[in-house]
Design a protein around this ligand. Structure first.
Ligand SMILES: [Zn+2]
Ligand SMILES: [Zn+2]
Length: 229
């Protein structure tokens, strides 16, 4: 069974009212990718080859562990470990004295512990979603209206869109930039209100829900949804 990815409709992400539309997509893709790694991927030699080589970052190892699929995870990690053991044999560590010119070479084993098959997959998928978004925004007036009314795009994804938007998407880039500035100003105001709540002169004063939630909102605004952490 081949994995289905890029299947979350982009308009769904802009219609939901919970979080940044791109965080919404990324969170869903992440859940799918973790499930896939412990399930159907076991039968996919191509994926196993990559995961044996790449391994997983700390965040995704924890996500896999928390799924409680112990046998699948053990099988997957055992072949990763065998691969790593082979790469360790290629490592060269300087054995000379203080002035020895020999250099260490850990490149083969290093690549097994500094990358993550899920992170890489999510990054590629998000690039595709950003490109689809830019394309749809450019050609579909109705979609532009949906975007206007949607949840704000977080700083992390706004910057990614501006960076990755294709040539000719100048209007979109300007729009994202102005939204980002407005959201920064609003967050600055609300977080200051939140800080002021700790001043004893403000004890007992009624605060707006926006000020009460300002820290959570700001955390989400900076790097996207925080609920998975
Ligand atoms: Zn986001
Ligand atoms: Zn990862």
């Amino acid at each position: 069974m081949k994995e289905s990815i890029y299947t979350i409709p982009i308009t769904d992400a802009f219609m939901q009212e919970e979080k940044c539309p791109f965080c919404y997509i990324e969170d869903k893709l992440e859940v799918e990718a973790v499930e896939y790694a412990l399930g159907p991927s076991m039968m996919e030699p191509d994926f196993r080859q990559i995961s044996n080589k790449t391994g997983y970052c700390r965040h995704h190892l924890k996500a896999l562990y928390d799924k409680n699929e112990r046998l699948s995870m053990a099988l997957m990690l055992s072949t990763h470990l065998i691969y790593m053991r082979g790469e360790l044999d290629k490592a060269k560590v300087e054995g000379g004295g203080l002035f020895s010119k020999a250099k260490d070479d850990l490149s083969a084993i290093e690549s097994c512990s500094s990358s993550c098959v899920i992170c890489e997959k999510l990054e590629k998928a998000m690039d595709r979603y950003i490109s689809n978004f830019c394309h749809t925004y450019g050609k579909d007036k109705e979609f532009r209206e949906i975007v206007k009314k949607a949840n704000p795009i977080c700083a992390h994804h706004s910057i990614a869109i501006i960076k990755k938007a294709p040539a000719g998407a100048g209007d979109l880039k300007k729009y994202i930039l102005s939204q980002l500035g407005a959201a920064m100003d609003k967050n600055t105001k609300d977080i200051q209100g939140f800080i002021d709540m700790f001043d004893h002169r403000n004890f007992g004063k009624e605060q707006s829900p926006e000020v009460k939630e300002a820290l959570k909102t700001l955390t989400g605004f900076l790097r996207g949804s925080v609920e998975n952490y």
